[in-house]
Design a binder for this molecule. Sequence first.
Ligand SMILES: NC(=O)c1ccc[n+]([C@@H]2O[C@H](COP(=O)([O-])OP(=O)(O)OC[C@H]3O[C@@H](n4cnc5c(N)ncnc54)[C@H](OP(=O)(O)O)[C@@H]3O)[C@@H](O)[C@H]2O)c1
Length: 328
Amino acid sequence: MANDYTKAEKLTIYFIGVTTGKSSIMRVFPEWAKYLGIDAEIKGFDFRLHDDAASYMEAVKFIKDDPLSAGALVTTHKLDLLDACRSEFNGLGPYAMELHEISSISKRGDELWGHAKDPITVGLSFEAFAKDGYWTETGAEMLILGAGGSSLALVTYLIGRAKAGRDLPSRIVINNRSQPRLTELKKHTAKMIKNSDLSSLNFEFNLAPEAIDNDAVVAGLKVGSLVVNATGLGKDGPGSPLTDDVVFPEKGIVWEFNYRGDLVFLDQANAQKKRRNLQIEDGWIYFIHGWTRVIAEVFHKDIPTAGPVFNELCMIAARVGAPAKKAG
Ligand SMILES: NC(=O)c1ccc[n+]([C@@H]2O[C@H](COP(=O)([O-])OP(=O)(O)OC[C@H]3O[C@@H](n4cnc5c(N)ncnc54)[C@H](OP(=O)(O)O)[C@@H]3O)[C@@H](O)[C@H]2O)c1
């Protein structure tokens, strides 16, 4: 793909993805920048899935060497990009070292830094709807559908939360349609828990090749439990990881990681919303936390994760991003 590596004429943040021009951040960032007093623009760099190492290197070297190129948010290519360009980074944040991926590229003086922000941003999104104490009070459980990168981030956050002595779902079940990433996630979870006093953590990893296998686990969840769609189905592929016959837990929380696409999983939850008294969340807040944490790192700006400034950023995003939420 032909990306434009012309020297930036003003401070610039890049969005490294697959079809970046379609994202609502292209409309949202200029408005956020005005509000935050950041005089900068945004440009997209598109790459094929698992693109050549040389292509990633070209982009990273360009950002590193161009004084007005301030950094980037990386999606989809988080593992591949770091793998290809590790030598260019002067420093990596702790999650980047642990997870071997980066979602943020930034500069500290002459140094290029990489950070993995997902365990932080997925956690902030989780906390937006599940208040501290909820899990202890209800004894509710959690099912994560999918064992990919964002599930790894969520599990990393949950373990960090447990290490900090905060409450957790009484059982955390992870279902995946095939074995390899399930095995990887299981290994990673065991590694994170090792040498800690987290014997009360209750993780289960299930191979669930068919939607009906996921339905069966949903049916067995306690009242108030959380069901997360981290499979990408509905956006990255058609359909839902559940069948239309699924029965969500009474007073349950249903969380779809995406906010755009044909989100059948959300349709299935909405069809039972009243009957089962469900709380339904999509990926919009996750999108906002994802971008604001990287913007804060790239422009060395203190952006709060809650309160009036954060609320204003949400309102701006809804105003300029909302019409394109389905397409962006
Ligand atoms: N709102 C936001 O800002 C935000 C932030 C992060 C992620 N997301 C979205 O979250 C989604 C997941 O992201 P990701 O990075 O984790 O993707 P990923 O790495 O591709 O992982 C997806 C996982 O889901 C599994 N899967 C697919 N269909 C399944 C099914 N029917 N039942 C059970 N498991 C199934 C896949 O299985 P295999 O292992 O067999 O392939 C894979 O392990 C993406 O659509 C992404 O756009 C949104």
